[in-house]
Design a protein around this ligand. Sequence first.
Ligand code: APR
Length: 232
Amino acid sequence: MSKQKKLVVLTGAGMSVESGLATFRGAGGLWGEHRVEDVATPEAWYRDAKLVLDFYNYRRKELLSVKPNAGHIALAELEKDFNVQIITQNVDDLHERAGSTQVLHLHGELMKVRSTGPGEQVYDLTENNYETHLGDKCPYGYQLRPHIVWFGEAVPEMENAISLVEQADIFLIIGTSMQVYPAAGLIHYVKKDVPIYLIDPNEVGVHGRGIHVIKKGAGEGMKEFSKLVRQG
Ligand code: APR
């Protein structure tokens, strides 16, 4: 059997819309009266850590109430025919729950926390124990914080993501407004002659060489994409 082609997929908040999770820049990018950006920064953490912890407790509760959608499932099914490597900006675990086995989280993971002490050890949360509060500490006595890359923080997985994109035989973008860097810059690492597809129901401002746009939501768009790539 010939070697499987490497399909590298960059996903964003739109991937999880059909599961019931809101995007950031569309309507619904608010949590109560707070802009999401105002509770997802190191400044917010120093100003009011309880508010930040409550925000992530709320988001975990919301995540635990939703399921992967047809788009997530179709991507997982493509592993039968392709070496699928997902790079997601999403902090949810819906790709994993759908069955995808190679998922790189650029912006961290909602179901994990990490120590604010040296070493920054990461710990898993569970369905039955998903909240973190002030005073919840790692075994070495340091407060736990969400394992999330906040606005203004470095993106430690960026080097790994770049190297995956450079290896792509096919590149697919789903449900991201491509406005947040450095993630949006990944498209520039796609090799010349590698086909680029984009699934989004709205206009996305990505410019450059021929991008095959599938102007649909993630579920319908993935149906069309799967058919196209399986035909080769
Ligand atoms: N299917 C696919 N895409 C959709 C759907 C859908 N059903 N509904 C909306 N979209 C698209 C929107 O048209 C938009 O282009 O999803 C995109 C969502 O864009 P953003 O809200 O900007 O989300 P994203 O690009 O993931 O944001 C990047 O910014 O807030 C930070 O760290 C956060 O990871 C996030 C990053």
